[in-house]
Design a protein. Structure first.
Length: 390
């Protein structure tokens, strides 16, 4: 049985979600692999310069930025992070070298950016020849030194853009695998039998009105309140499902809106939930941040999207807006002040039919494809009879 380490952070939640989804599918497929889930933050706590200075762990600092919406200028913060990583890299490598020697993995799979150079150097020092595989959980890289480093390793990319970036940095095709998209939880592929009209009615919504799903990750966003207010004032036949995540204050404010003023727009407000596929099933389109997970989940459920692109976007998410335009699966706004006009445009019958068809044409099976890619890499490294699969 081969031992495989999955490396993730809890920064933003997407890295852990991707790792767990992949682990779940590998178990369902019955592959004889022992998967060890490794939160790199826990391994690096003693070296966490952010915690030394601020008292906050690096991943918690990142999550605080997302929760508060303090993302403007995040590109400059990223440059500073890279300086710190390079400064502390010798100590990082020594610590990780000891970790690999103790655990003896047969493969290391990274689902995180920024640290892949240190992962490679330490793995080579501890276990020469052990493959390092980086799975990009962003639609494309944000060079330099974000996802793709100039080093010999395997890369799994979810877009043509990411593959091209890998080639530009000198990675030969035999080390680059093209998945059909981002890793999604298997729940997004399970059939949902719920009757849309009946379920909408059960939630207090109109069975026939166009329904938008508003979602800004696990911590919600104050932008959701602005979106709801602007669409309510637009007085067009429309209703919203708003998922606020752990932001209880935001959920309470949204629930109070119909009591604060006569509302012409039905709304259903949900907190943190694992039933996002169900709520997407009840919806006609998606409004939210341009995160790779949110966009990919919406497209998997055949929902056109409305996102914004401006200086507040995280730098690694800016290409996602270009991807939405390239694939013609939604609208990209400068900011959500134009949300009412955007919804009206999206719901024009010809526009909506085209974008929904384009979304439906996307076939993302990455979470089911990647185990085969990992098996191929194990076979190349250890031979077909020694890859852990007979």
């Amino acid at each position: 049985m081969k031992k495989i380490d999955f490396i993730y952070f809890d920064a933003g939640g997407g890295h852990r979600s991707a790792a767990m989804a992949l682990q779940q599918v590998i178990a369902q497929q019955g592959r004889p692999w022992a998967i060890r889930m490794v939160n790199l933050q826990e391994q690096l706590d003693n070296l966490d310069i952010f915690r030394r200075i601020t008292g906050i762990r690096l991943q918690d600092y990142y999550n605080l930025l997302l929760k508060k919406g303090w993302t403007i200028g995040s590109g400059e913060l990223l440059k500073g992070l890279h300086v710190l990583i390079r400064l502390f890299q010798p100590a990082l490598v020594r610590m990780l070298t000891d970790f690999w020697r103790a655990g003896q993995p047969d493969m290391v799979v990274s689902l995180i950016p920024n640290f892949n150079r240190a992962l490679k150097l330490s793995l080579e020092a501890a276990l020469p020849g052990t493959p390092l595989v980086t799975i990009l959980t962003d639609i494309a890289d944000y060079p330099p030194r974000f996802w793709i480093e100039r080093q010999q390793q395997y890369l799994i990319c979810g877009s043509d853009r990411a593959v091209a970036q890998a080639r530009e940095l000198g990675h030969p095709d035999r080390f680059v695998f093209r998945a059909s998209g981002m890793i999604l939880n298997p729940r997004f592929y399970a059939p949902i039998e719920a009757d849309r009209s009946a379920e909408r009615q059960r939630l207090g919504l109109d069975p026939q009105w166009p329904t938008g799903l508003v979602l800004f990750g696990g911590e919600g966003s104050a932008a959701m309140l602005e979106i709801a207010r602007r669409l309510e004032r637009a007085a067009q036949p429309l209703q919203l499902i708003l998922i606020c995540g752990r932001n209880q204050k935001l959920a309470a404010t949204l629930r109070a809106m119909p009591r604060a003023m006569p509302s012409r727009m039905p709304m259903f407000v949900e907190g943190f939930t694992r039933e996002v596929p169900y709520y997407m099933h009840l919806s006609d389109f998606f409004i939210g941040k341009p995160g790779p997970g949110s966009i990919s989940e919406a497209i998997a459920m055949k929902l056109p999207v409305i996102v914004e692109r401006n200086a507040w976007n995280l730098p690694q998410e800016r290409y996602n807006c270009e991807w939405v335009r390239e694939q013609d699966v939604g609208l990209v706004l400068r900011n959500f002040r134009g949300i009412a006009a955007a919804v009206k445009e999206l719901l024009e019958p010809a526009t909506y039919a085209r974008m929904r068809a384009n979304a439906a044409a996307q076939s993302n099976r990455a979470v089911f494809e990647i185990p085969d890619m990992l098996e191929s890499i194990l076979s190349r490294t250890y031979g077909p009879g020694l890859s852990g699969v007979s």
